[in-house]
Design a protein around this ligand. Sequence first.
Ligand SMILES: [Zn+2]
Ligand SMILES: [Zn+2]
Length: 406
Amino acid sequence: MDIQYVFVNEDIKQKLIEDRRDFHQHPELGWMELRTTKKIAERLRELGYEVYLGEEVCDPAFCMGVPEGVTSITGVIGILQGEKSGKKTAIRFDMDALPIQEVQTDINTSYCSKNAGVMHACGHDGHMAVGLGLAEILSQNREYLDGEIRLIFQPAEEGCKGSKSIVAKGWFDDLDEFYSGHIGIGCRELGQIGACMQGFLASTKLNIYFHGKAAHAANAPQEGRNALLAAADFTVKAYDFYRSCSEDVRFNVGRLVSGSGRNIIADEAYLEVETRGTTSESNLYMKEQISKIAETVAGNYGVTYELKTVGDVFTGKSDRSLVDCGYRIACDMGLGEKFLSDATFNASEDVVTMMNRVQEHGGKAAYFMFGTELYAEHHNPYFDYDEEVLSVMTEFYAKLLVKNTN
Ligand SMILES: [Zn+2]
Ligand SMILES: [Zn+2]
């Protein structure tokens, strides 16, 4: 396949791979992207960007699902002023990794994760490398940029926890155009570019706690209140409801922790749960039903319960005019035939909160998926991709921004 590159030369290509592998070796979980933040901020400053950090980027009151004990705020925004005054455009790159132990293979020997139990298994390492490659290209082409460009490096995308706090700071209120995208989702062939018109699932992430009472399991079990049993019964009942639900929804209990020992009635249980829906209404319906089940079960077992929302996102869509622009760029790159103008995401993306805000304020937004062969699926310990996709993504974004402005 012959992909036409104008902005991505050998030097940029090399840096994309180096940066991706560096991020990959040093993955950090949501709200803990300290090394990542530092590296990006340093690079952007070197390239002449105005750099914003921490509370300038995220409003702490809206940071969701911050792990206990974490007090620092991560995230970077780099701003470059084009030489002509004009519009305001932003691109979003996500920074966080996942709680997965990466498996070393023949392919990733030189860049396998150095942080035990943490892995870039969603491609955000590549997204950030693209952000830095793009930053360099834009800084070399300032005279062709019309107006302000904001490169937004977002913490805590996984679990839809970070977006709201950046939106709350007003970074999306005055944008004319807003772009973002993802490696490998929906497109499995290098050179494919899919414009994601719909299929962003609304989603709510819940932490559920059952509080019971400990007791001797043989001597006086009747004195206890069994939180483990409540959590197990909740899980079964919630899945029963989900399977019989006529709405187009999703549901998952991904984690259940309970109890302290064999001969003790478990006094605490903790569950990580998510609901999703093809509409914001169906997601809300699912969330309400799940809450009712938790309440009923808690009553049945004489325990109390608590429900905390730690992530939240609605459905969204791309603007056709920006997608059309994306198609013309794909054609320029020799990829017109591989362009999917009506692709479906079929998952949730924290960026939708940003897209919605831009559109509510009269701006336009679009989301693109960049094809690559995958060695394993997203969120899998063997996840990896063809690094050529980094060049495709960088060239595409560079053309959007520089071409947009002539
Ligand atoms: Zn992910
Ligand atoms: Zn992702």
